[in-house]
Design a protein around this ligand. Structure first.
Ligand SMILES: CC(C)(COP(=O)(O)OP(=O)(O)OC[C@H]1O[C@@H](n2cnc3c(N)ncnc32)[C@H](O)[C@@H]1OP(=O)(O)O)[C@@H](O)C(=O)NCCC(=O)NCCS
Length: 333
């Protein structure tokens, strides 16, 4: 005899109710990096917009950074750690193949025994996490979800690679996704282009590093290919995220793209015909590219500095290694 399974049932809608950020104390200006790559502060600022980045301190792990960001996000949401049912942690720089960082973060924060797992979608990881969390809240598998984007990229960056040494930084951002009476997270437009997996990639596999006694692996990037892909392919993805949310660009208060390069951000704004009244995140200038942490770090900053209003509408998009991408319209917490 076949029984009937009770279908899952969750909240009508989901929203982001809190956001938090952690920027490591050590600020590294371009001048500290230029000698090893025969570059200059002017060149780096002109080509990328970056002036400084933060590097994590000795022994400051992705779990440590996540804890600070998540505590702030919970405080803004007005939710206790014990009320979190699930933790989604997006990173590509947790230095253990297994276990994931999320269960240790949950335990450290006294969350009890929530579902806790990591996702690997590089610079698109946080926006993937927001999509999953929204579906979980609406599907009934969690009431409150902590979504963390965190990176310690300084561990995986070659100080002598001219194409990446100045690009990456460290940090953590976190959001709490909760039930809502109205839709606070629009449908996600996401995808991947695995035929371009080599465009941004760890340069050697762990197996080759071990068996061939190679140097510590770092993340390599074909800068011009990334640049062209981001400029030409990501604006249409952002446009589709607006359309599926039923929102026009004029209705936005903020545009929060992945902080990859100021020139990419400017080119996307031009293609999207972003009106002047829309605040555009440019956290990259001080924080560089923090991969999975870049969108929540930029969001926290815009709210803290008053550049975007609480409760306003924001378009966010993450894109990077995979190649993979995800975009959605959100209501700012
Ligand atoms: C990395 C990036 C800034 C490099 O800029 P670029 O204009 O593509 O640079 P190129 O590699 O074509 O090199 C152009 C010139 O600058 C020089 N150059 C390259 N890197 C340099 C550096 N760090 N400092 C000084 N000069 C540099 C090159 O030697 C070349 O000189 P030449 O014209 O005399 O031959 C750019 O490709 C970029 O921003 N890509 C996207 C990166 C990104 O967003 N990554 C994250 C995605 S998630």
């Amino acid at each position: 005899m076949t029984g009937l399974i009770t279908p899952p049932s969750g909240a009508a809608h989901a929203r982001i109710s809190g956001i938090g950020a952690y920027r490591p104390r050590r600020v590294v200006p371009n001048s500290e990096l230029v000698e090893a790559i025969d570059s200059s502060d002017e060149w780096i600022q002109e080509r990328s917009g970056i002036k400084t980045r933060h590097f994590a301190g000795d022994g400051e792990s992705v779990i440590d950074m996540s804890e600070f960001a998540t505590r702030d996000a919970l405080a803004m949401a007005g939710i206790e750690a014990g009320e979190v049912d699930a933790v989604i942690l997006a990173t590509v720089t947790h230095p253990y193949q297994t276990p994931a960082a999320a269960p240790a973060l949950a335990d450290r924060m006294g969350m009890g025994k929530p579902a806790a797992f990591d996702i690997s979608a590089a610079c698109a990881g946080y926006c993937h996490g927001i999509s999953l969390a929204s579906d979980m809240v609406r599907g009934g598998s969690a009431r409150n979800v902590a979504v963390v984007g965190v990176e310690r990229l300084s561990d995986f960056t070659s100080r002598t690679d001219r194409g990446t040494a100045f690009i990456f930084g460290d940090g953590a951002g976190a959001a709490i996704v909760t039930a809502s009476d109205t839709a606070g997270i629009g449908p996600t437009v996401w995808g991947s282009e695995g035929d371009k997996w080599d465009v941004i990639a760890q340069n050697e596999s762990w197996i080759d590093v071990h068996e061939q006694k190679l140097d510590w692996p770092t993340i390599g990037m074909q800068g011009q290919r990334v640049f062209r892909w981001a400029v030409w392919s990501m604006a249409p993805v952002a446009q589709r995220a607006l359309e599926v949310a039923g929102v026009t660009v004029d209705q936005l208060d903020a545009f929060i793209p992945h902080q990859a390069n100021v020139r990419i951000i400017d080119a996307m704004c031009k293609q999207l015909k972003m009106p002047d009244h829309v605040a555009v995140a440019r956290d990259i200038v001080d924080s560089a590219n923090t991969s999975a942490a870049s969108v929540p770090l930029a969001t926290e900053r815009m709210l803290r500095e008053g550049a975007a209003p609480r409760g306003g509408l924001a378009l966010q998009i993450g894109f990077g290694a995979g190649l993979s991408y995800a975009a959605q319209v959100i209501t700012l917490p």
